[in-house]
Design a protein around this ligand. Structure first.
Ligand SMILES: C[S@@+](CC[C@H](N)C(=O)[O-])C[C@H]1O[C@@H](n2cnc3c(N)ncnc32)[C@H](O)[C@@H]1O
Length: 306
């Protein structure tokens, strides 16, 4: 099967003309996939149950800061020495398997399926939600690949990137020079937001797989955002509550999410703030695609109220 604009409009819960407007050039190179048959799906589920049982990584643990430091330092050394041209994080560029999730089912595709889908997806949501702002802030940037994508779409907007480990900020410094992008960067710990940071007027805030890493310690960050009144906030994160309860593939994603202690209170906190009149939620979308283990790309878009 082929990923078409029609399929994407259903997955992104929007209309076909919007997908064609924002993503058509990325669909020129055909993305093909096959749903797994029942037997293969059953065998895979058995394997994944074993894999989850022995998985011992815990996000949000103290040691994780060192792990991120080391990981991004390795990338920094490679890009500075020009041994690596791509700023994609290794967990995407070095995918070993070719099984992914699409619309709550397992699919077999090429190894770069997730990267291609991510590229199309962010091209869509960046243009849909960030067109009118002057500044865009990404928190928990990692290697800065999302900022590179943003700079291609919006060369005139001011882009800000931050992370809690210094090699990530040094990678941004390198991108600025290497790609001649007007990037601004700073260290920022989302668990302990720096109150001196003032978000500029008419700004968007973006997180992608960064809130997930806080293991639920998100209230300070969300309060910091509300206080700074950005025009719009977009999270592309795994959202536990969006998995469907009657779907085995989703159930496995949910168990993996809980085992790793990924943040699971973003949706509940934002819903509470919406009821209290502090914010308006504009879009909720279950991750249209995902990796072998989980759906990491659910969308929540919101705005602080006046
Ligand atoms: C899974 S990576 C995602 C990186 C990037 N946003 C992306 O889409 O590829 C998670 C990022 O969150 C950062 N991070 C983890 N805890 C953080 C914290 N407390 N404050 C700021 N950044 C944090 C890590 O250093 C890492 O760069």
């Amino acid at each position: 099967m082929i990923v078409t604009s029609n399929l994407l409009s259903k997955l992104f819960k929007t209309n076909n003309s919007e997908i064609r407007l924002f993503c058509l050039n990325l669909l020129k190179k055909k993305i093909t996939f096959k749903y797994l048959d029942k037997k293969k799906e059953k065998d895979l589920i058995k394997k994944l149950i074993k894999k989850i049982a022995i998985d011992s990584q815990k996000v949000g643990a103290k040691v994780r800061k060192r792990v991120w430091y080391r990981g991004w330092k390795e990338t920094l050394d490679l890009v500075v020495k020009k041994r690596e041209k791509s700023y994609l994080p290794k967990y995407l560029s070095l995918q070993k398997n070719n099984i992914f999730r699409l619309n709550g089912k397992f699919v077999k595709s090429k190894k770069n399926f997730e990267i291609q889908m991510l590229n199309i997806y962010r091209n869509w949501y960046f243009q849909k939600y960030f067109n009118l702002v002057d500044n865009i802030y990404e928190f928990g940037v990692g290697t800065g690949h999302n900022l590179i994508a943003l700079s291609k779409l919006f060369p005139k907007k001011v882009l800000y990137g931050s992370d809690f480990v210094s090699p990530s900020i040094k990678i941004l410094k390198n991108i600025k020079k290497d790609k001649n992008i007007d990037l601004k960067f700073f260290i920022f710990d989302m668990e302990k937001p720096n109150k001196n940071l003032k978000i500029q007027k008419n700004s968007a805030v973006y997180t992608s797989g960064a809130i997930e890493q806080l293991s639920g310690r998100i209230e300070n960050f969300v309060n910091f955002l509300i206080k700074n009144k950005p025009k719009i906030v977009l999270h592309s994160e795994p959202i536990l509550q969006f998995y469907k309860s009657n779907n085995q593939v989703d159930a496995l994603g949910k168990i993996f999410h809980l085992k790793r202690s990924y943040t699971s209170n973003l949706y509940t906190l934002l819903s509470k703030y919406e009821k209290e009149g502090k914010i308006n939620i504009i879009k909720k979308l279950k991750s249209p695609f995902g990796s072998l283990m989980m759906e990491g790309y659910s969308l929540i878009v919101w705005k602080p109220t006046k």
